[in-house]
Structures are given as C-alpha cells and as structure tokens.
Design a protein around this ligand. Structure first.
Ligand SMILES: [Fe+2]
Ligand SMILES: [Fe+2]
Length: 712
C-alpha cells in the first residue's frame, strides 16, 4: 500500500524528471494492484512517453518540427477536491484518468514535478504553427497558499512556460488563458526575468491577457442573441454581473454604446458599486442603467445577463424554484460561474463567448481534434476561447502592439475585435461545456431579493526580495503543517489532535523552522519587515492600513493618530480577526505610547457606534458585512459608554474616521511603509534585537506571526 500524499500542494522548485518517473511508477503499481481496474499498461506507456517528451523539449534534447509564432498558455484544472477535473490532459497522461484508481492528489504531485506540457498545436501557416501549452499550475495551488506565496509560485511557473515558448519554439506572442492573467498581474509577472535586457523588445515575446478577445466575443455573442429571435414579453433589460471589474466594465461600456435604446442592470459587490457608478457615468449610461448588489435580481429580471465573475453562483440559493424560461446567461469564466444543469433546469440557457476560426486545415484549428477535454472544453477543434483567439489574431495579423498587458479597456477590446475580423475569427456555434446550446428568449420572470456572496478577488502582489529558508533540521523529510484550533473550530477543516498525528509517516513530520511557502523573515525583523513579508500576505488589510494612515497624515492629524491608523488592524492581517483591536493593541503596546495602544484597542468597538457630532456614521459596508439588523451585544454597548467618557476618546474615534472602507486598491501598489519612517521613528520603539526576539512579554506573538504553523 502506498503512503497517502499529504493534503497540500507539493512544493515545486524545478521540474524533476527522476521524481516524475518515480511517481508514474508508483501510479502503475497502484493501478496494477487493483484487478478491478482497467489494465494500465497502455496508459502507462503513453504517459511515460509524454513525460519523456516534455523533459526532452524542456531540456533542449528534442527540437519541435516547426517553429511556433504563438503559444497559448493555460493552467491545469486538476484539483484534489474534484476527481472529474483535469480531462484536458488525459490524452497525454492517460494514467491520471480516475479509472486507473489514481486520486487527483497524485495528478497534482505529478504536475508539480513536470515542465510545461504541449497540449496541442494548430495547423501550419507560413512555416509556423501555434502551440497550446499547459503551465503546470493546478487549481489548488491558488487556494492552498497565501495569495502572495501562490502568486510568487505561479508567476515563476508561468515565466518558465513563457520562456519555453520563446526558447524552444521561437514564439513572439504568448496568450494567457483562464485565471493566469489575474495570477500574474495581467501577465506582467509572466515575462521571463532578464530576458531582452540586452536587446529591448526583440527577445521578449508579447504576453497578452486575452481579455480583449473575451470582451469582443461577449459583445458579438450578446448581439447575436438579441438578433436571433423576435423579442417579446415587455422591455428587455441586460444584466452585467461583475461590472466593476475591467472585463465587466468594458463589456458594459461596449454594450451601452452598441445598444443605445436598451436598459441595463449593472451588478457588483456592495463595496464596488462606486466604481460601477463611475463606469456607467463615463459611458453616459446613467439614464438607462440601474446599479445593484443583488445578483439574484439580475438573474431573475434580466433576460440576457453577462457574467464577468469567476466565483460560483448557487442558483438554488439565489433563484430557488424560479421559472427563468428563455433567459440567457453569457458566462466568461471557466469553470462556469453557474452549474449548467441547475441553470437549464429553470428553462434558461448558458452560453460561453466562443470564437471560431478556419476549419481544418488552417492556422486557427487545433490538430488532432483537440478540444480541451470532454464536457469542459469546446464543441469543435476550430472553436477558440476569447483569450486564445486574441493570441492567434495578434500573431496572424502581426499587430503585436495590440497585446494587452494591463486591465482591458473598451478601446483595446475594439482593436482586438478589428484584428479578429481581419483574421476571420467570428462567433462560434452557440455552446457551453462542449454542448451545442440553442439561443432562446421569452418573457421575463418575477423578482425576489437575495444578497450576493462577496466575490473574492486575487491580485498578484509584487514579488519581494526573498531570503533563503534557514536550515530546519528536517531536511529530506516531508514537512506538513497543522492549522490552529482557533482558526478551524466550527468548520469542516477542524481536526482532532489524534487526526493530525495520524498524518505523520516515516518520512513525514510536523514543520518546524521556516515554512518555504512563506517569505523568510530576517533574523532581526522590523515593523516594516512584518508589513512587507507577513501582512502583505493579506494585501487587502495591509493596504487598508497604509491608506488609513495616509489619510490621517494628509489631514494633519499628528503622529499619534497616524501611527494608530497604520497599526489599527495589524492583528487582522497577521494574527487573529476576533477582537483584533485587543490583540493588535497588545502586540504593539511595549513599543508605542499608552494612548496609541488604547486607541487601537478601542477602535474595535467604536466602529459600531455612530458619532454624528464628528461626522462618523455607521459604515454602509457593515450592513453588507453583518446584515442590516445586526446590533453589538450588551457588554460591547457598556464598554462603549466607558470609552465615550475617556480622555483619549477622540484618538480612537479618529481611527474610525480614517478607517476607509474603499477597497479598490491598485494591484501594482507595493506594501511599503517607508513613507511613515519619520513618524514611526518618533512613535514606534523598534527593538534592536528585532520584534519577536527582545524578550518582551509579547515577543511570542510576533514569533507566532513569523512561524504561524509550527509547534515552536
Ligand atoms: Fe479595525
Ligand atoms: Fe480598519
């Protein structure tokens, strides 16, 4: 019996052929030991050949038969939580098919040991052909690690893949598929480092996000849907979900211009509605666009809806039992944001914005009838994802300057649209999940209100200068981490101490020392180091702190308030959320004035109590966070009365006044507090030995942040 693999994403440094072959061997033995399963011999031979080919190409021992002018790079969909994922690589690695008894964890480990894979290629054109590459990025890599660690790891893997496209194939355009643009700062982190420094602009392939192709195809498909049937049943309204994002906002702007007599319902999270308003105003659509945070309302009342979000919408929760006959949802995410069956069961139709190019033979069809996997991919081998179409038309028309390296704009999408026309890419046969889907429209359904779940958006932070992990004394062993009880109690992740111990094995131990998934902290860490290397793992909170302090400074509120604002949520980002004012105050108390620590502690409750005299209202965001009827319990109300009467009340109150609830941060902004150096020099006594090592009564709390999952 083989040992079970541990349940987190395996560490990856570089592709490791020996390890990959050992894993394949173990899979064959596992399958062979199960006479009830299909004979793995052929699958093993094919998989072995694919692995050897991948390493041969990666290491330069194999040369492709034709150069490629473009590469389209996609992540893997393999997830250990879903055994049905990953069929897009079964033609190369058939051993990963569930019928050989191999769990998705094995697939995840195998991919981690592999270089990028050539999934398919396209028909030849002028001595070139395009290739589809899979960057060995699995779905779980995104969720297993902290955002910064996963962005760092994923960017490295995608850079490796872009480099392979450039070095081995000579590709001068690389398109990023699915979530890769979001995970690599719109592809900016995907450009191989140092490449092209000597000859600017020559050796660097143009890396493009594909979002222009997506917006263009959504526009074309929406117009096709509206044209395809006689619209009856009252005035038509078009919904756009995720309208604050660059794709959703561009779609909204583009459709407002294309359909000057149509009404729109634009939707996003409550905290992003301001941005949606700005998009609508910039497009001159105020008179016919309503803005809402209610996804259910959009799905029920708009007969045509475009969704530009990636998180899953549970229709049983949002539109339970609704008859949505004839409603059409155009969804740009993969996997889809709704379950096709759930949506179709309500009489509605799910469509993907897919383009189509030349059928075989031609540069826009994938050879070998490759379609990205049964049930999850495309209907025809000449159908193209929007992002795939963008990379193709950039290469085929030679207009590499149209590559998108930042958030898409309506103008950029229109330019890609013109290139699509030029290269002969139009809308494909209507489809989703590789199934043809008829276009239909009929009468709208009645309404009911449900709040949406907040979307979770990941933006890849800038990489930091990383130190090497210190020797752990556990070299050569597999090191697993446990989760603290306080974080898991009441969730399905909670394990009993015995269950954690049961995870140990001969070569598997609990992690001590530096966790390679986290940036290594220096030996004498400063507050700035904690911001840069720990709080930055929660970018949202770290930037919230920096922006709050900046605002206090701009209002000339003085060093005490600026420092209190900069530190007020330090516990949320680094330690614990519950009672974060108390934990945060305790953490900084030995290093700041009593007034600062007191104010940080008390802001925790003051947030819930308006003070009209100073212009502090109950935050709108809290209605969304906690529901409109939430009231703090009695002990909090009593504590408030004491705080209100305290001489430092206003210091704490000023934290809440600068506790800015705008969460639209520039994805490129660095977590850097050097602008507060002077203030901190006056208000924060940085210990010489480093935070965590000064023997103070709270040193252990800082060390807990350095090594959050260790036993020591
Ligand atoms: Fe707070
Ligand atoms: Fe805050």
């Amino acid at each position: 019996m083989l040992p079970a693999l541990h349940s987190t994403s395996p560490p990856r440094t570089v592709p490791d052929r020996e390890h990959a072959l050992r894993l394949l061997d173990a899979m064959v033995r596992q399958a062979g030991a199960r006479p009830d399963l299909a004979d793995p011999a052929d699958a093993a031979a094919l998989s072995l050949a694919a692995v050897e080919r991948a390493f041969g190409l990666y290491e330069g021992r194999i040369t492709p038969d034709l150069p490629a002018d473009r590469a389209f790079v996609v992540p893997s969909l393999i997830s250990r939580h879903d055994p049905t994922r990953g069929p897009e690589i079964h033609h190369l690695l058939p051993l990963l098919d569930a019928r050989y008894g191999v769990t998705p964890s094995w697939g995840q480990h195998l991919l981690a040991a592999l270089p990028p894979l050539v999934l398919a290629d396209y028909g030849a054109h002028a001595g070139h052909r395009g290739v589809v590459l899979q960057a060995p990025v699995t779905a779980d890599l995104v969720t297993d690690l902290t955002p910064e660690a996963s962005a760092e790891r994923i960017s490295g893997i995608v850079r490796d893949t872009v480099d392979l496209a450039r070095k081995r194939f000579g590709a001068h355009v690389v398109g990023l598929g699915a979530t890769l643009p979001a995970l690599t700062r719109f592809g900016r982190d995907a450009v191989p480092r140092g490449v092209g420094a000597a000859v600017p602009g020559r050796n660097v392939p143009a890396v493009t996000t594909g979002h222009g192709g997506t917006v263009h195809l959504i526009r074309s498909l929406t117009l096709d849907v509206l044209d395809s049937v006689a619209v009856g049943g009252g005035p038509l309204r078009i919904g756009v979900i995720g309208a604050a994002s660059s794709i959703g906002g561009s779609v909204l702007t583009t459709l407002l211009a294309a359909l000057p007599d149509t009404a729109f319902l634009a939707c996003d999270r409550p905290t992003r509605l301001g941005r949606v308003d700005r998009v609508v105003r910039a497009a001159g659509g105020e008179a016919r666009t309503r803005v809402t945070a209610d996804v259910g309302e959009v799905l029920r009342t708009c007969r045509v809806t475009v969704s530009a979000i990636t998180e899953r919408l549970d229709l049983d929760e949002l539109v339970p039992g609704e008859d949505l006959t004839g409603h059409v949802l155009i969804d740009d995410s993969r996997p889809s944001c709704v379950d096709r069956e759930q949506w179709h069961k309500r009489g509605a139709r799910l469509l993907w914005p897919i383009g189509t190019g030349t059928p075989a033979p031609g540069p826009l069809h994938r050879r070998g009838d490759y379609r990205y996997g049964p049930g999850i991919g495309l209907l025809n081998s000449h159908d193209l994802w929007g992002c795939e179409a963008e990379a193709a038309v950039l290469a085929l028309t030679g207009d590499v300057g149209a590559a998108l390296t930042g958030p898409v704009s309506p103008e950029a999408a229109a330019r890609i649209g013109r290139l699509c026309d030029q290269a002969g890419v139009g809308t494909a046969q209507p489809q989703s999940h590789a199934l043809p889907t008829p276009l239909t429209l009929s009468a709208p359904a009645p309404a009911r209100l449900v709040l949406p779940r907040p979307a979770r958006e990941r933006t890849a932070p800038r990489s930091s200068l990383l130190l090497r992990p210190r020797p752990s004394g556990q070299e050569g062993l597999e090191r697993i981490t446990t989760l603290p009880a306080i974080a898991t109690l009441g969730t399905d992740q909670h394990l009993d101490g015995g269950e954690w111990i049961a995870k140990l094995g001969e070569d598997r131990v609990f992690m001590m020392g530096d966790n390679p998934a986290l940036p290594v902290m220096p030996d004498r860490p400063t507050l700035a180091d904690f911001f840069r290397l720990r709080l930055a793992q929660d970018r949202f909170t770290a930037l919230h702190l920096i922006h709050s302090a900046r605002r206090a400074r701009d209002l000339d509120l003085g060093d005490t308030v600026v420092t209190a604002c900069l530190l007020h949520d330090i516990a949320v980002g680094g330690l614990l959320r519950s009672h974060h004012g108390h934990w945060g105050a305790q953490l900084v108390a030995p290093y700041v004035s009593e007034e600062i620590a007191w104010a940080i502690r008390q802001h925790e409750i003051l947030r819930f109590f308006p003070d009209p005299a100073v212009g502090y209202d109950y935050p709108d965001a809290y209605n969304a966070f906690f529901g409109p009827d939430y009231r703090p319990p009695g002990h909090v109300r009593r504590a408030y009365r004491d705080v209100r009467a305290h001489r430092w009340y206003m210091t704490a109150r000023l934290i809440t006044l600068n506790d800015v609830y705008t969460f639209d941060f520039d994805p490129a902004e660095e977590i850097d507090i050097s602008e507060f150096e002077d203030t901190l020099g006056r208000c924060f006594r940085q210990p010489r030995e480093g935070l965590g090592f000064d023997g103070s009564p709270v040193a252990h709390m800082w060390r807990t942040m350095i090594w959050p999952n260790n036993f020591l």
